[in-house]
Design a protein around this ligand. Structure first.
Ligand code: ZN
Length: 243
């Protein structure tokens, strides 16, 4: 069975639409999401509705989480990010916000788990980009395979017992036996690995192969929406750079 895992959509409708179309062309209809459906971009309502209405199982990302909070005192984020979250929330109905609030932090699917940042809860939203966080993640990861987002970079993290964890850029790979693996799925709506194309990960559950999918999309249209909404220019500019 072929599935796809997407994440960090960040209210980028153009990127989400392009990825879903590409997956449809590949005949992949089982899609999972590692969260951060909203935040940064200018189409939060459309992205929430698309994920919800297509029945894509998702976990809650930090931006989804912040969006459901009534006041932002405990957010611990930069003022510009706060401004965008408040704007995102202003675009959502109470029903959308309730839907985001209903997303679980972790989902256990047959054979793998989904989590936004890592299976580590103190600090709450860590990046698995170093050995220490990788070790912490594997202490709490419930099974042999998990998919995560948050870093916006496609990464491969593996651990064989008694050895140090391996962290690498994610490439097409057959999952090794007797190792625990966490796959960072990159970002649909705001990639940060210097490749501006939307990113998704394909998983063949029989062969146990992982493939990285990059999808070009209408970046200018997504930028235009950000500018028209009066959101910080930096959020539009970085989309073209993949940063
Ligand atoms: Zn994110």
């Amino acid at each position: 069975m072929h599935i796809a895992v997407i994440g960090d959509i960040h209210a980028n409708l153009e990127a989400l639409t392009a990825v879903l179309r590409a997956l449809g062309d590949l005949g992949i209809h089982r899609v999972f999401c590692t969260g951060d459906i909203v935040g940064y971009g200018a189409s939060p309502r459309q992205c929430v509705e698309m994920v919800r209405d297509l029945g894509i199982p998702s976990v809650r990302g930090n931006h989804d989480d912040y969006t459901t909070h009534e006041d932002g005192r405990e957010w611990r984020i930069r003022p510009e990010a706060r401004e965008v979250i408040l704007w995102n929330r202003s675009q959502l109905s109470r029903e959308h916000v309730e839907w985001l609030r209903g997303l679980p932090y972790v989902r256990q699917v047959e054979g793998f788990s989904l989590v936004h940042a890592a299976h580590v809860y103190t600090p709450q939203w860590p990046y698995i980009l170093n050995e220490r966080t990788a070790i912490q993640n594997f202490l709490f990861q419930p099974g042999g395979l998990s998919f995560c987002g948050h870093s916006h970079v496609p990464v491969y993290i593996a651990h064989r017992s008694g050895r140090r964890p391996v962290l690498d850029i994610l490439r097409n790979v057959i999952l090794p036996r007797r190792q625990r693996v966490a796959i960072g799925v990159g970002a649909v709506g705001q990639p940060r690995d210097n490749d501006p194309r939307a990113c998704a990960v394909l998983y063949d559950t029989v062969v146990r192969s992982i493939r990285v999918l990059r999808v070009p999309y209408a970046i200018e249209a997504a930028q235009e929406r950000i500018r028209r909404a009066g959101l910080p220019e930096d959020l539009a500019a970085r989309l073209a750079l993949g940063q």
